[in-house]
Write a protein that binds this ligand. Structure first.
Ligand code: ZN
Length: 167
């Protein structure tokens, strides 16, 4: 973003209420808050194990739980169930909340993210049919072999695993 969406003046980095922000250079009142985008991430488990998927744009060995943007008017639980069906072709009844994580930084495909990840667990059934616009492969891992990894989605997996060993 280079220009103010209100008045089209240039934007600049400046102090605002004690924080460095991107502001309108004419001080029309516009502040680029850079708020994180809410994204749902889902640990999907079938009778065979946990489903991890590979995005077409990722390096060959990078797999993750599925994610998706929250849509207008949708609860995070509804979003998690919808994404599970759209991306994997699997159906679940309920989405259990796992926790929140912040995703600030580069993703597997190199772009910068600023997201609030809302983690859910869904017990799902059906036959996997991948959304070919996004995903090109899926693999199933047993609970015992599943490990978290050092990204926001990996930490959601880690948190879920911790709740499983605690019971
Ligand atoms: Zn302005």
């Amino acid at each position: 973003m280079n220009y103010c969406p209100n008045c089209a003046a240039e934007l600049e980095q400046a102090q605002h209420d004690g924080e460095s922000r991107i502001l309108c250079s004419k001080r029309c009142g516009f502040v680029h808050w850079d708020n994180p985008t809410p994204v749902v991430a889902v640990v999907v488990e079938t009778d065979d194990g946990i489903v991890l998927a590979h995005n077409k744009n990722w390096p060959p060995k990078a797999y993750s739980i599925i994610t998706g943007f929250l849509e207008r008017g949708e609860t995070p639980e509804q979003c998690a169930l919808r994404e599970t069906e759209e991306e994997l072709g699997l159906k679940g009844e309920t989405a259990e909340f796992i926790g929140f994580e912040l995703f600030n930084g580069k993703g597997f495909s190199g772009e910068e993210f600023n997201q609030l990840i809302i983690g859910f667990y869904i017990r799902a059934s059906g036959k996997i049919v991948l959304d070919e616009n996004e995903l090109d492969e899926a693999k199933i891992i047993s609970r015992e072999k599943l490990k978290g990894w050092d990204t926001a989605t990996g930490r959601i997996v880690q948190r879920w695993l911790e709740t499983q060993t605690a019971t």
